[in-house]
Design a protein around this ligand. Structure first.
Ligand code: G3P
Length: 243
């Protein structure tokens, strides 16, 4: 089994995260998957940005949820990264899925950012778009919020889900089963060989975030994790080739 290399927020080490340049680079590099973060605008449009606030990755200020999609589209989401990307816009989920459907070369990982701010109905709004582009078989939905995963499970059984875990939990695989998630996405520092073996036994896919260092990458390959999220998909692929 080959560990899937998933570009975390696109090829986010070499282009501004969660923007079209970062996604295009990840696709060009040949990443097996592309991960992105979904939040809702004031007018309930799914949009791709990691932080709940605008400050770090745009020239705006305040909370994503307080602006309409049109207002957010006016912002620059590339200048903070480098002059080369001045004028890069925030993307809607719709724009991303339309492009991803055409590319048809990678698995789509959508993290529903509904753990710090609760976005009502984000699950059904996102699912509607996945269905519109006929991408149910090619998308994995994840969240740190177990309620969101449960809700997605009520809405559909056709889209794979995964629980994100950042904290030590007694029996993580039991927890995954209990909330009805298909897979486990776990922080690298929580990864153990035993957990990978157990997840394989239970046929629960285990994917690890965020894996950038060579020693960490090699460990994920050696232990046969199902996938890893990385800011450096180009490096991850090079190491996988020599592994
Ligand atoms: O989905 C994996 C990883 O992206 C989770 O961490 O902080 O980037 O949302 P974070």
């Amino acid at each position: 089994m080959k560990t899937a290399i998933i570009a975390h927020r696109g090829a986010s080490k070499i282009a501004p995260e969660n923007t079209m340049p970062a996604f295009k680079l990840a696709s060009k590099i040949g990443a097996d998957g592309i991960e992105t973060d979904v939040q809702l605008t004031k007018d309930n449009i799914p949009i791709l940005i990691h932080d709940e606030t605008l400050k770090r990755t745009t020239n705006g200020q305040g909370y994503v949820k307080d602006f309409t999609c049109d207002e957010l589209k006016q912002l620059d989401a590339g200048a903070w990264f480098s002059d080369k990307y001045v004028g890069t816009q925030i993307l809607t989920l719709e724009q991303f899925l339309k492009w991803a459907q055409k590319e048809n070369s990678f698995t789509i990982h959508l993290e529903l950012k509904t753990n710090i701010i609760e976005y009502k109905h984000i699950e059904s709004l996102v699912l509607e778009q996945i269905k519109h582009f006929n991408l149910e078989n090619n998308t994995i939905i994840s969240s740190f919020n177990p309620q969101s995963i449960k809700q997605m499970g009520h809405l559909t059984t056709k889209v794979e889900t995964a629980l994100l875990l950042s904290q030590r939990t007694k029996k993580p695989l039991d927890y995954v089963k209990q909330i009805g998630a298909d897979g486990l996405h776990i922080r690298y520092s929580l990864l153990t060989k035993r957990l990978v073996e157990e997840s394989n036994q239970h046929t629960i896919p285990i994917r690890v975030y965020t894996v950038n260092r060579p020693t960490q990458l090699m460990r994920c390959y050696k232990w046969k994790c199902n996938g890893l999220f990385t800011d450096v998909p180009h490096t991850a692929m090079e190491y996988q080739q020599v592994y």
